[in-house]
Write a protein that binds this ligand. Sequence first.
Ligand code: HEC
Length: 119
Amino acid sequence: MRTFIYGGFILIGFLAIACTASKHIPHDFPAEMSEPVKVEYVKLYEKGQILYNINCDKCHTKTVRGKRLVPDFKPEQLKGYELRVQNPQHESGLPEETVTAEELGHIMTFLMYKKRNKN
Ligand code: HEC
């Protein structure tokens, strides 16, 4: 009985952590994007989102009134390679060994098509 109760507490605790740590942001693709293209983009987007959480989140995500806000970068800010070298924090923090060119591309897809923050 006791193990059952403890098990229940552990499960509830685990679920609570899983919920607050949930970092998923829905995508917002252009309406004219065809279904087959969308299917491919969803895959890239989801990879990009995970890679963002691993590599970029710690510096860029803010919490405002308990809500997690990933910045709404403008398309012209999402430059891929130039991003690596344009400021010292990126130069030291985003080497090719940590984030490959392909991975950076996925992250750009995520940032480009994530649902915008409400103001
Ligand atoms: C060690 C901290 C750090 C990490 C890690 C980091 N950045 Fe940055 N980033 C900065 C700082 C500092 C700036 C310049 C100030 C700002 O715009 O917030 C910046 C600026 C930017 C900009 C704006 C560039 C512009 O032209 O205005 C983009 C886009 C960006 N980062 C994307 C990323 C992405 C994508 C990742 C992960 C692959 C990442 N950053 C990881 C610190 C970081």
